[in-house]
Design a protein around this ligand. Structure first.
Ligand code: WTA
Length: 638
């Protein structure tokens, strides 16, 4: 069996087989990877506990698949091409051989600093090649990485560090993003005030921003590398891992409480990211592939690092932002590095589209063969612009739907093979069994139906647990509907059986492709001393997809609304990070609540959307009068 599907007929045939004989199908896929020892059992599962075990008994190390196994044939092929923030700084290329050397070297640095198999390591780095090196070095020695996105606050880092119980953090003095320098080490210092268990911080030099290095705790990356060089131990054999050993933890927001640590394991995640990368993008050996995501999110984990590298691809990573020095930066990068496959987010497409075609016109985009979209629903206008302006009508667009919890892409066209329709993710990949259910959990049969999207059979890349709290994993994903994984997304299956994701049906917002939990954000806002209570809803935003709308009841003190708004934003930046700052804050005297005290978000959502004509039944509210006041206030904010 081939790893890559080559035609639509083959897709249909393989899909059928993957449903009829899933274990046989996945064993065939897994055969394309390097295992030190093969599995005894392909799959053992139930969604009740849940228990999900793939390739039990198998032994492997994912870095042997991403690096060692390519050395013989692809040793001199670029593995990572790094484009810096500043276009005047030289770009860097790491071949597979060089990347392996660097990973081995840093693996020894980690060992010298006491990291052992099973230890958790927190990584807070900018988008530089050393981030890839660090992630892979952890995987090589069997340490569990927990990457924290550079836009999160000290408080968020502290929460994540304490939840994983890690004692080592890897960061840099600073990071460049457009005209800004982010002082990463200083943010880590603030976090560590709350993390007594951390006794080692490795600091990479990037911006040479002044940093406070604490004796006995903080060490320079460069010094640690020198130590390894003097010790003369350049190589580091890969640790033998069990297929179900943890590979990493990545935190993501849900509808309740604090972010949870999604756990992925070595064998299944490796197979799933490699399989989906090879198929969805139809990667060819000579192609340059550019995913614009940040490695702090799942897309970067799966489709900058693990998926592409396990397939011997050239993966381009970019340190900066799409709009600096101007809104033509992506297209300059495409031209400079002759990018063949571009994978980006609708929010970036919309923002570049809004900047005007003058930034695209005249750029040589002739290398582009395939385009991808990820992270949020893509509207037709953006899809069409992407198709015409960037793909020149010749590059298939894959609108890939998936989640942090999924490990890799679940529903998506296969580039050049599956037909495409703007804003449709089209069809499940072989091995994925989506179902739509109604509120009561009844499976909706046939076509032309809408419902909640669930998956009824496991796949190798799926979440195994939420770190330190298995019950929370069960509650969140497996309790809503019996024997199904619930995605939290709504979905339409049209008359031809094609899938269109319509967005979250729970209280999770998707702002510029970033998941924001409303409860988490409300908690942050409520920490401000002048705030009595708050309610967050999303509203349609032309660039971000969804904007954040906050209804806030403030206490007597506040006299200047604008000042209080700024204070609230500052509070959110401190507690979560600037990415969660509300776009609009409306002060209200009360919130629409039912007699049992539940906030009726439906009403708040409609008002935020500016659609107040039909608010539905409000007679069950404790105080229906508050609705008129909120409507009037919203009008003034618009
Ligand atoms: C949304 C990102 C529509 C969806 C990989 C999902 C999408 C959430 C798409 C997961 C898409 C992701 N079309 N919606 N192609 N891709 N989403 O965990 O609501 O950051 O539940 O993973 O993003 O976001 P996450």
């Amino acid at each position: 069996m081939n790893l890559q599907i080559k035609s639509f007929e083959e897709y249909q045939e393989v899909y059928q087989r993957s449903v009829e004989k899933p274990e046989e199908f996945w064993a065939g896929i897994a055969d394309h990877f390097y295992w030190r020892r093969k599995w005894n059992n392909v799959l053992d599962w139930n969604f009740k506990e849940p228990k999900i075990k793939w390739f039990e008994g198998a032994k492997l190390n994912i870095t042997e698949n991403c690096l060692d196994r390519h050395i013989y044939q692809l040793g001199d092929k670029p593995a990572i091409v790094w484009e810096p923030n500043d276009p005047n700084e030289a770009h860097r290329v790491l071949t597979y051989k060089q990347l392996l050397e660097k990973v081995e070297q840093f693996s020894n640095v980690l060992k010298n600093n006491g990291v052992r198999k099973g230890d958790r390591v927190c990584i807070y780095l900018p988008m530089v090649p050393e981030l890839v090196i660090t992630v892979l070095a952890c995987a090589r020695i069997g340490a569990i990485h927990s990457v924290v996105f550079g836009g999160f606050s000290a408080q968020s880092i502290a929460d994540r560090i304490n939840d994983t119980g890690c004692r080592l953090v890897i960061t840099s003095d600073g990071g460049y993003r457009g005209t800004k320098t982010i002082e990463l080490k200083s943010i880590v210092d603030d976090a560590l005030v709350q993390c007594k268990a951390v006794d080692r911080v490795i600091v990479l030099t990037r911006t040479r921003t002044p940093v406070s290095m604490i004796k006995g705790r903080d060490v320079w990356w460069e010094d640690e590398i020198k130590k390894v060089e003097t010790q003369g131990n350049p190589t580091c054999p890969a640790e033998e891992m069990d297929a179900e050993d943890m590979l990493f933890i990545l935190y993501t927001s849900g509808s309740t409480g604090k972010p949870k640590g999604v756990v992925h394991t070595c064998g299944g995640y490796m197979v799933y990211t490699g399989y989906t990368f090879a198929n969805v993008f139809q990667y060819q050996p000579d192609e340059v592939y550019f995913c614009t995501a940040d490695i702090g999110w799942i897309t970067g984990h799966s489709y900058i690092i693990y998926g592409p590298l396990s397939q011997g691809a050239t993966s381009l990573m970019f340190e900066g932002v799409p709009t600096w020095p101007d809104a033509g930066r992506f297209w300059d990068i495409v031209e400079k590095h002759k990018v063949n496959i571009l994978y980006t987010a609708p929010t970036a497409i919309r923002s570049l589209m809004a900047s005007g075609d003058s930034y695209v016109d005249g750029k040589d985009l002739s290398s582009i063969r395939k385009l991808g979209s990820v992270g949020e629903p893509i509207n037709e206008e953006a899809w069409n612009w992407y198709n015409e302006k960037i793909g020149k009508g010749k590059a298939p667009i894959v609108d890939t739907w998936w989640q942090t919890e999924n490990g890799g892409i679940l529903i998506s066209p296969i580039a050049g093979i599956t037909p495409t329709i703007p804003s449709y993710a089209m069809l499940p990949l072989p091995g994925i069994q989506p179902v739509l259910v109604d509120e009561k959990g009844n499976e909706l049969q046939g076509n032309n139906v809408s419902g909640n999207l669930c998956i009824k059979f496991p796949w190798p890349g799926m979440i195994r647990t939420t770190y330190g709290d298995h019950e929370r994993c069960r509650q969140t994903y497996f309790a809503a509907y019996e024997n199904m994984y619930f995605t939290g997304d709504g979905c339409l299956r049209n008359e031809d059986g094609y899938y269109r994701i319509t967005g979250r049906v729970d209280d999770v917002l998707n702002v510029s492709g970033h998941r924001i939990g409303t409860a988490e954000l409300e908690n942050a806002i409520n920490m401000h001393s002048d705030v009595v209570e708050s309610a967050i809803v999303g509203y349609p935003h032309p660039v971000k997809g969804q904007g954040i709308y906050a209804y806030v009841i403030a206490s007597g003190h506040h006299v200047d609304e604008d000042l209080t708004r700024r204070d609230i934003n500052q509070t959110v930046s401190r507690i979560i990070g600037a990415i969660a700052k509300p776009d609009k804050i409306q002060f209200v005297s009360g919130l629409p609540k039912t007699r049992s005290g539940k906030i009726m978000r439906r009403i708040l959502r409609k008002i935020a959307e500016g659609d107040t004509s039909n608010l539905g039944d409000i007679t069950t509210l404790l105080d229906p009068g508050v609705v008129e006041e909120i409507k009037a206030g919203a009008e003034k904010l618009r």
